[in-house]
Design a protein around this ligand. Structure first.
Ligand SMILES: Cc1ncc(COP(=O)(O)O)c(C=O)c1O
Length: 454
């Protein structure tokens, strides 16, 4: 019975041929990144030391669509198209009239959405004759995705892994090493940026980025790859949203609300972007919710300002919501959401009021993750439990209002390497750190000076 469909599946020939570039549809001129030394608009030249030309062109592109190279589509076949599920069991458990759909990205080799961009990034670097890529990783999802992608295109991969995750998730490291990568605990003693912190510090994404960028900037045969934040990363992730538009068509429904978690903004931008373009172009009225941790509430409590992407101040200054570039978030289990800043694109969408941001405490997200696992089966990574929390809240609000609301959320990865976090939840020892006024005052004081106010 058509009514009972649980998975909406597309065949391999439906893998998208183009990524969607929302930059083309945004109202007004995009704010440029600034050179960290001169504080003047950074041009492609400023990025050439660490990125290949093709990715820089994608970064600054204002074309509405960018063709996906054939070699990348070929590699995408390993896990794409990704299934869209109708969460019928969760709907029943919540006794809600809402229809809940989720796009599951956990079926990729690394277990999350991150290979969607790791593959095109490794491909463009290999084509440009680069020998090695350095990167940072928080939860280990991005590092493992890049390790996998570098393996496909014959590149070496060196990963700086945030100390707290390195200690909590030894098997993520094993995974990266299985795909041939070298993994360092960050802060490390290998770089000047790392040596300026205590050796066994819990670390942060900001510090790990500084370490990886430092090595790439010093070696001609080495480039750097970022797993989120930048325009080209969000661009690559739009395969998620493009597929979802076709799958929701198969289900004969349109989402009233689209939800995803936000760390640096790539899975949110990737799922929401193609849907948001329909709002901007066709007058659709879909709502968008970005879900983030209360421990690192960049979009809900951060300041909209130019700030560095890393702790040491090596990256260009980006216009974004930020908690201050040297903010070290508490070691909550959603390691991939512990980033002080956010994608300039997603930040602009929030700033323009096109996207609503919500922050959740760790224990309420795990409660949602448990309810999801017990009804739908899949054990979610701690990051997308934030999206699940928001989706459940929407479904309960629909019940309260007696509305048949259609909810679509991104399930960006599975939690098979995060079971120690589930153990802590079950044992009742999970903590709920929150961002304080003191943290806020510190962030404001540390913002770069001499840059245009936003
Ligand atoms: C499973 C998962 N979801 C979400 C994120 C957050 O990143 P982004 O905001 O770029 O999607 C991460 C980051 O590591 C992740 O591993």
């Amino acid at each position: 019975m058509a009514d009972d469909v649980t998975k909406y599946l597309l065949s391999e020939d439906r893998i998208p041929t183009h990524w969607v570039n929302l930059m083309a549809d945004l109202p007004g001129e995009p704010l440029p990144p600034l050179n960290p030394q001169t504080k003047q608009p950074a041009g492609p030249q400023d990025l050439l030391a660490i990125f290949p030309e093709q990715l820089i062109l994608q970064e600054v592109s204002t074309e509405p669509e960018v063709e996906i190279p054939e070699e990348v589509r070929e590699a995408y076949k390993l896990w794409r198209p990704a299934p869209l599920y109708r969460a019928r069991r969760l709907e029943r458990a919540l006794d809600t009239p809402a229809h809940i759909y989720y796009k599951y990205e956990g079926g990729s080799p690394a277990g999350s959405h991150k290979p969607n961009t790791a593959v095109p990034q490794a491909y463009e670097n290999a084509k440009a004759g680069i020998r090695r890529i350095t990167t940072e990783t928080g939860a280990g999802q991005w590092g493992s995705s890049l390790a996998f992608a570098c393996g496909i295109f014959g590149l070496e991969c060196e990963v700086f892994m945030v100390g707290s995750s390195y200690d909590q998730k030894p098997y993520r490291r094993s995974m990266m090493e299985t795909w041939g990568a070298t993994v360092h605990r960050s802060p490390s003693q290998l770089t000047q940026s790392g040596r300026s912190h205590a050796e066994f510090d819990t670390g942060s994404l900001g510090i790990a980025i500084s370490e990886a960028v430092e090595i790439a900037a010093q070696n001609d045969d080495t480039n750097y790859a970022l797993g989120s934040v930048l325009n080209h990363v969000v661009l690559h992730q739009t395969v998620i949203g493009v597929e979802t538009i076709e799958q929701m068509g198969m289900a004969g429904e349109e989402p009233d609300v689209v939800i995803a978690c936000v760390g640096g903004g790539s899975n949110f931008g990737g799922l929401a972007g193609p849907w948001l373009r329909r709002n901007l172009r066709e007058g659709a009225t879909t709502r968008f919710v970005a879900a983030e941790p209360a421990a690192c509430p960049t979009l809900t409590k951060g300041i909209y300002a130019y700030d560095f992407g890393d702790t040491a101040g090596l990256t260009p200054l980006m216009p974004m919501y930020t908690l201050g570039h040297d903010f070290v978030p508490p070691p909550v289990h959603a390691g991939g959401l512990r980033y002080h800043g956010d994608s300039p694109l997603v930040s602009a969408l929030v700033h323009e009021g096109l996207v609503e941001a919500r922050a959740y405490r760790q224990s309420e997200t795990f409660a949602a993750g448990m309810q999801f696992a017990r009804s739908e089966g899949i054990i979610p990574a701690p990051e997308p439990t934030h999206a699940i929390r928001a989706a459940i809240d929407e479904a309960l609000a629909a019940k309260e209002a007696g509305e048949e609301r259609v909810i679509l959320f991104g399930l960006s990865g599975h939690g098979h390497f995060d079971l120690s976090a589930y153990d802590a939840y079950l044992a009742g020892t999970l903590e709920d750190p929150e961002f304080s006024q003191e943290d806020m005052d510190r962030a404001v004081a540390k913002l770069p000076q001499g840059v245009p106010a936003l």
